[in-house]
Ligand binder design. Structure first.
Ligand SMILES: Nc1ncnc2c1ncn2[C@@H]1O[C@H](COP(=O)(O)OP(=O)(O)OP(=O)(O)O)[C@@H](O)[C@H]1O
Ligand SMILES: [Mg+2]
Length: 242
């Protein structure tokens, strides 16, 4: 049997439902509507892999300023500093692009070049988050989405990092991504959903579903999804029946 190396999500109980983790070297979309904890999940995967396994991660935040992101993660009890987790923003990539001989103006290529450069300088880089694809698109003129997105995804795969791309979904939107092509090119889709539970006082409940994960047997269930203490947890039928 072919043995695929996997990266743990550190979401309690999820890894055992996806053969131990996300295939190494794959490109995953983490998608959902506003506030469904896309950034928190992406960060938590890098954070726990850095702290527990010493895996080097790079978090590219193109929307939320670094101090805001850190504050939010500290509120979620993910505040330990680790030399294995680097956070960069728009300015870092802009400065790097300016000092580069190629002086690339297209942001899709800038980000790809940036990840390639970091990996060239530090071969131990394993995990990359781009938060978010929508913010990246807004920085550049995307004239041929299928082609440009293909080259971004291919560039990430060629560097052999395992990447997580945050994709924002509009309320009531069925597509998992802006152009709809991302979901076909990506190796995995993790959908975070917020659905309304009716009652005297209706409330939103969080769910997680692995919609797609190549080379992996996975359930297609929408698992109740929560943040407990310092980690995410999913609940399966087994726990809910107890
Ligand atoms: N302890 C906590 N402290 C702060 N926020 C919390 C906490 N627990 C849960 N949350 C939730 O985290 C949500 C924000 O998470 P996050 O920023 O990861 O979401 P997002 O999907 O990335 O949002 P956006 O679409 O705005 O980028 C808040 O709306 C809040 O409901
Ligand atoms: Mg976010």
């Amino acid at each position: 049997m072919v043995k695929i190396e996997r990266i743990k999500t550190y979401v309690e109980r999820l890894d055992e439902h996806i053969e131990g983790g996300i295939p190494k070297g794959s490109v995953s979309l983490i998608c959902g509507m506003p506030g469904c904890m896309k950034s928190s999940l992406a960060y938590s995967i890098l954070y726990h892999n850095a702290i527990n396994e010493g895996r080097r991660g790079l978090y590219i935040t193109l929307e939320q300023p670094i101090p805001d992101l850190k504050l939010h993660m500290a509120k979620l009890n993910m505040s330990a500093e680790s030399e294995n987790l680097t956070i960069v923003d728009y300015n870092t990539i802009e400065e790097e692009a300016k000092s580069d001989m190629r002086f690339e103006t297209n942001w899709m290529k800038r980000v790809k070049n940036y990840v390639e450069d970091v990996k060239r300088k530090d071969a131990s880089l394993e995990l990359v988050v781009i938060d978010s694809l929508n913010a990246l698109y807004s920085l550049t003129m995307v004239t041929n989405p299928r082609k440009e997105i293909y080259y971004l995804f291919k560039g990430l795969k060629d560097t052999e990092v395992t990447s997580f791309l945050v994709s924002e979904m509009e309320l009531a939107e069925k597509r998992f991504s802006r152009y709809g092509v991302e979901e076909f090119i990506a190796d995995a889709i993790i959908h975070l959903d917020l659905t309304r539970k009716e009652g005297p006082i209706p409330e939103l409940e969080r769910y997680l579903c692995v919609v797609k994960m190549r080379s992996t047997h996975h359930d297609l269930q929408y698992f109740p999804f929560m943040y407990e203490g310092d980690r995410f947890v999913i609940y399966t039928k087994k726990e809910l029946e107890l």
